[in-house]
Write a protein of this length. Structure first.
Length: 373
């Protein structure tokens, strides 16, 4: 009986000892497992990162970049003008009629007041001859009457009538001579005949659509242009101009010498002029001139090509290079734009000097996408 009790007590002791040992072992193993799990996770992350990067770097999209710099920026208004001279005169007949004589033609140098052509004035000349005959008779009669009056012979009324008739004819003859002079087509300036639209036998009139001649004195030349009313507050005297003559492939830099204060009510434009201090060789009246008016200038502008700018509902943006995990990513950068000209646009906000803007390969990028360049 005692022996059985002793055996039972020993068994319980052994079981208790065995249970405590297992609990200790379990606690130890759990602690080791936590440490191992952490080590495993760290190794897995490292392997995954190294393996992932090793795989993805070959798939990073190639892009081209441009570094943002500061510099001067100009904006121009482009209009079309024409070349002209200070003396570019269209010459019209003052009276209607048929050309009876032509004294000058294209290419000929003429002087101011020189008769270029004659309009038929025969009827007026015959009338003048008649008046001059009457005037001769009236003058003789007046002189006789005057001699008698000087001798106190005859009446004063007869003398005054003779005098009035003579003076009236003098006025008629003077007026008729002035009319006859109007039948001459006369050059208003010194210059060269550039156009002649008449010939002997042709009919002319004072119609402004029927110029007989064009006389050009191409000394002081200028370029004129019509500018839209929308730019009236921006364009002023002294503004820089770039004037190009495409027909002779010549470009000049000049300035606005005159800006009209009058807006044409028909086409809502105003006139500007600039004088050209250049040789007149190859220049011709009415030659086309492309004028670029400098209406905006800044010395420290950040500019980028217009074609790299994209838009969404929030506004304009570009992709710039940013650093992430020691690699480059394309970051979406909102920007505020200013004036644009000739393919470039000024950026007022959103970029700074030194930023790298993605200039090629930006079309299909996603924000924070890994790239290489």
């Amino acid at each position: 009986m005692k022996t059985k009790l002793l055996i039972a007590l020993i068994s319980v002791f052994i079981i208790a000892c065995s249970s405590n040992n297992k609990q200790a072992q379990l606690t130890k193993l759990k602690s080791q497992r936590v440490e191992l799990d952490e080590q495993i996770k760290k190794l897995e992350d490292d392997i995954k990162s190294e393996k992932g990067n090793a795989l993805n770097i070959d798939k990073f999209k190639f892009v081209g970049v441009s570094e943002v710099k500061s510099g001067s920026f100009d904006h121009y208004i482009r209009v079309q003008g024409k070349l002209d001279g200070d003396s570019n005169a269209e010459v019209y007949a003052q009276m209607p009629g048929t050309i009876t004589a032509k004294y000058a033609d294209v290419g000929q140098q003429v002087a101011k007041g020189q008769v270029l052509a004659q309009v038929d004035d025969e009827a007026l000349r015959k009338q003048l001859e008649s008046l001059e005959t009457q005037y001769k008779f009236t003058t003789d009669l007046f002189e006789k009457q005057q001699r008698l009056w000087d001798q106190k012979i005859g009446s004063e009324v007869q003398y005054l009538q003779a005098k009035t008739s003579k003076e009236a004819l003098e006025q008629q003859i003077l007026s008729l001579k002035k009319q006859i002079e109007m039948y001459k087509i006369v050059s208003p300036i010194d210059g060269a005949i550039e156009e002649c639209n008449i010939k002997v036998g042709s009919v002319v009139s004072p119609d402004p659509r029927m110029a007989a001649y064009r006389v050009v004195a191409f000394k002081n030349i200028k370029v004129t242009a019509e500018v839209s009313e929308a730019y009236s507050a921006k364009v002023k005297k002294g503004d820089k101009l770039l004037v190009k003559f495409p027909d002779i492939n010549k470009e000049l830099e000049t300035k606005v010498d005159f800006a009209s204060k009058y807006i044409n009510p028909i086409n809502r434009t105003f006139i500007i002029e600039t004088r050209i201090n250049e040789s007149v060789i190859n220049f011709k009246a009415n030659m086309v001139a492309i004028i670029q008016i400098n209406d905006y200038h800044t010395d420290n502008a950040i500019t980028i090509p217009m074609n790299v700018i994209q838009k969404d509902q929030a506004g304009s943006y570009v992709y710039v290079i940013r650093s992430k995990d020691n690699y480059s990513v394309a970051a979406k950068q909102p920007i505020t734009l200013g004036n644009g000209y000739n393919g470039m646009v000024e950026v007022l906000e959103g970029l700074k000097v030194g930023d790298k803007v993605i200039s090629t390969g930006y079309q299909d990028l996603i924000d924070n996408e890994y790239v290489r360049f």
